[in-house]
Design a protein around this ligand. Structure first.
Ligand SMILES: *[C@@H]1O[C@H](CO)[C@@H](O)[C@H](O)[C@H]1NC(C)=O
Length: 378
């Protein structure tokens, strides 16, 4: 009997050893934090193919991510694109909570799609507050508030932001100008104030994670931190001060009043953000801005991409035809990087060019030596 007992114990131990992690894996490894991503979509058919492609490519386990998506008042095919993408991707995520309203095109009081009357702020404030409550209720470790004119080209972004350990944090996003998703100064009545520090951070002269009075467009909130229970988007919740009727300003002030410092990180490239439209701009103007941004991206990065599924939805702006018979591009053979970038730019601009190999001065020192002393005869 004793022997049988020993043998069965031996088998049990063997069994246990087979199912527990190997020696190289730690026995106390944790699963990645749970993240709820809030996405509000309105008239973003032109940015969605890129936005969703980069969202999909984030290197983070999708079964630890819940998506919370709301879309309303569209005048374009945003809903069609969202549905197409969700059909192919929803099963990879822990859960998807998607509600949309396809009945109305305008919020009451709006004169156009880029107009922000009080009623529109009220609408956004209510959606954002609902998502915040939903994330707390779901016991999500993090809430990631993400606008869909943000392109997260660095797939390690979410992981890196979590690793910083900051309670409210944003990656610095570049645009095709001085615009970005953070402020360095705030006026006494809580609006934007430009400072010298702003350009130092934007131009990455000063690298790291910086304490700033405002981050927006892509904000990660560590909901496990107790004081985040005081965060809010509803101005009326902050009784002590007269807050503007604005979601991001209220949120920033509620963070400050809760003793939470906001941070923006510019230690590496994370991605891009579109410049918001002015009140008179139509959606078609945003398409031109997107093209400018795609050209800007080419300066330091590979071209912006969309997944195979979404590439049929990429739009091209209507542009005036160039009144030029032929375009030539002169390129030094030993600079294939420049050639590649120019070819990508020309492709983006829909310009056909003939490439001419440049004469390389490095190979022709003798031929041009005469130019130093006497005028060149060509
Ligand atoms: C709140 O704002 C004040 C005034 O700008 C600033 O001095 C303080 O550091 C902020 N507090 C936090 C926690 O960011």
């Amino acid at each position: 009997m004793k022997l049988v007992g020993t043998i069965s114990l031996f088998f049990q131990i063997n069994f246990i050893l087979n199912v527990v992690p190997s020696e190289t894996e730690s026995l106390t490894q944790y699963k990645p934090n749970t993240v709820l991503i809030e996405i509000l979509v309105r008239n973003k058919a032109h940015t969605l193919p890129y936005f969703l492609t980069y969202l999909e490519r984030l290197e983070y386990p999708k079964d630890r991510i819940s998506l919370w998506i709301r879309s309303d008042h569209n005048q374009d095919n945003s809903l069609e694109i969202l549905n197409k993408w969700l059909d192919a991707n929803r099963d990879y995520y822990h859960s998807v909570d998607f509600e949309f309203d396809s009945k109305n095109e305008r919020i009451e009081g709006e004169i156009g799609p880029s107009h922000w009357p009080k009623s529109r702020y009220t609408h956004i404030i209510s959606l954002r507050e609902t998502a915040l409550k939903r994330a707390r209720h779901k016991w999500a470790d993090y809430l990631m508030v993400l606008d869909c004119d943000v392109f997260i080209t660095n797939p390690k972004t979410l992981r890196k932001l979590i690793d910083t350990g900051h309670t409210v944090i944003s990656p610095m996003l570049r645009s095709d100008g001085l615009y970005s998703n953070f402020w360095c100064g705030m006026t006494e009545d809580f609006y934007y104030q430009r400072t010298d520090d702003y350009t130092n951070i934007l131009n990455m002269h000063n690298k790291g994670c910086h304490k700033v009075p405002m981050v927006h467009s892509f904000v990660l909130i560590d909901l496990r931190v107790l004081s985040t229970d005081w965060l809010t988007y509803v101005p009326g919740n902050l009784e002590s001060i007269n807050v503007p009727h604005d979601d991001i300003i209220t949120f920033a002030l509620s963070a400050n009043l809760s003793g939470i410092a906001m941070h923006v990180c510019n230690d590496e490239f994370y991605g891009y953000v579109m410049v918001p439209l002015e009140v008179d701009d139509g959606i078609s103007y945003d398409l031109l801005q997107l093209k400018n941004l795609k050209l800007e991206v080419l300066v330091d990065n590979p071209p912006m991409e969309t997944s195979h599924l979404l590439s049929p939805y990429v739009q091209q702006p209507n542009e005036a035809q160039l009144d030029i018979e032929k375009v030539f591009m002169i390129n030094l053979k030993r600079r294939p990087d420049r050639r590649e970038r120019m070819l990508n730019s020309l492709k983006e601009l829909n310009i056909e060019a003939e490439i001419i190999e440049a004469v390389d001065g490095q190979n022709t020192v003798g031929t041009f030596a005469c130019c130093k002393s006497s005028p060149c005869q060509i």
